[in-house]
Design a protein around this ligand. Structure first.
Ligand SMILES: CC(C)(COP(=O)(O)OP(=O)(O)OC[C@H]1O[C@@H](n2cnc3c(N)ncnc32)[C@H](O)[C@@H]1OP(=O)(O)O)[C@@H](O)C(=O)NCCC(=O)NCCS
Length: 159
């Protein structure tokens, strides 16, 4: 099969801004974690779709870390970037920061999503190679290779 044209990391960078409102709050007056995960999943999906130009589905999420709480009226900045691609899968790193009224930023959450490109019959389909341009992108790729090996290992363990 012919090789697809490569895409750069910056071609699919995605940023979404969310204002935390009353409907997003749990009984402890903090942002409901499931709501944040839904927003992150959407950003991961859009980033992956921009890279591969296909419909995508979420295969797994790991390293999801809630680093700090968020409250009503907080502004959340949710960013997605492709860190690795396989044959049909893409790893998307999603970072969430909370922006203060003074424009200060604080890390709130981070996760790595594996998104798989699917065709019209719901079968995994090849994705374009990722063109790495910076040292940071090359380092992220190497780290992602290690995560991919860990994920494969985890899938062989019955829990
Ligand atoms: C993800 C899915 C399409 C994979 O289909 P599959 O028949 O297992 O396909 P394959 O075994 O060929 O795997 C395809 C790719 O997905 C990766 N993959 C499959 N399952 C994975 C998992 N649990 N975690 C991470 N990667 C996974 C494989 O490593 C492979 O990557 P590569 O092509 O880059 O090497 C399929 O399991 C699926 O549809 N799952 C449900 C997804 C869904 O509905 N998500 C929405 C939330 S409910």
């Amino acid at each position: 099969m012919a090789e697809l044209a490569g895409k750069k990391v910056r071609d699919s960078l995605t940023e979404q801004v969310q204002l935390v409102q009353s409907q997003h709050i749990n009984g402890y007056q903090r942002l409901f974690g499931g709501q944040l995960m839904a927003w992150m999943d959407i950003v991961a999906g859009v980033t992956a779709r921009r890279h591969c130009g296909r419909q995508v589905t979420t295969a797994s999420v790991d390293d999801l870390q809630f680093l700090a709480p968020a409250y009503i009226d907080d502004l959340l900045i949710i960013r997605g970037r492709v860190t690795h691609v396989g044959r049909t899968s893409m790893e998307i790193r999603v970072d969430v920061e909370v922006e203060g009224i003074d424009n200060s930023r604080k890390a709130l959450n981070r996760a790595h999503f594996v998104m798989v490109a699917i065709d019209e019959h719901d079968h995994p389909v090849m994705v374009p190679p990722l063109i790495l341009e910076t040292e940071e992108e090359r380092q992220e790729w190497e780290d992602a290779e290690k995560r991919k090996t860990l994920r494969k290992h985890r899938r062989t363990i019955k829990i």
